[in-house]
Every structure is written in structure tokens, then in C-alpha cells.
Design a protein around this ligand. Structure first.
Ligand SMILES: [Zn+2]
Length: 94
């Protein structure tokens, strides 16, 4: 499993910052596509990039209230999706 975040321009890697946690994409196909859409990544052919089951995204892309830090490990709350990204302004979404 890769230990670096798949979001655009994100340099977070596992182990570097303890406040950052890494999360797998939802197993549900529909929700996984929603997350992928938020990421605005495309492959070489310009097709929307779809995360594999090995891809992870870091907690920096979720709003603080979407994270459940009450347990031993940080978890995502149900139904949330990544919304915090550092996109360049010129990047257009189709
Ligand atoms: Zn990240």
C-alpha cells in the first residue's frame, strides 16, 4: 500500500507528520467516484482518474468536523468526502 497521499500537490507522507492520517477510498463504487471527482485528477488520456484499492488520501483534505478523533486512531465520519484541496486557479474542471 502506498504511504503517500494521492491528492494533487499534496506532499504528505506516512510517518512524517503524526497529525496527518491516511485513509483508503470507500469500497462503495459510487462514493469512490465522488471522491475521485473531488480530487480532480486525470490520467494521461484525460479520463477521470479512479483510485485503486491501494490508494490513500490524507486527512488534510477533510474538514476538521469530518474527522472523528475520539478513538485511538483518527477515522472519517460516515458519508464525508474530501473537500480541502490546494488547486492552482488555472486548473479547470470539466
Ligand atoms: Zn494529502
Amino acid at each position: 500500500m502506498p504511504s503517500h497521499c494521492c491528492a494533487y500537490n499534496c506532499k504528505n507522507r506516512a510517518g512524517r507528520n503524526k497529525d496527518v492520517t491516511f485513509h483508503k477510498f470507500p469500497s462503495d463504487e459510487k462514493r469512490r467516484r465522488e471522491w475521485a471527482k473531488s480530487l480532480r485528477r486525470a490520467d494521461e488520456e484525460g479520463q477521470m482518474w479512479i483510485p485503486s484499492k491501494y490508494d490513500v488520501i490524507c486527512s488534510a483534505h477533510f474538514k476538521e468536523e469530518d474527522l472523528d478523533r475520539t478513538g485511538q486512531s483518527t477515522r472519517l465520519r460516515d458519508g464525508v468526502k474530501p473537500e480541502v484541496f490546494d488547486f492552482p486557479r488555472r486548473l479547470k474542471v470539466k
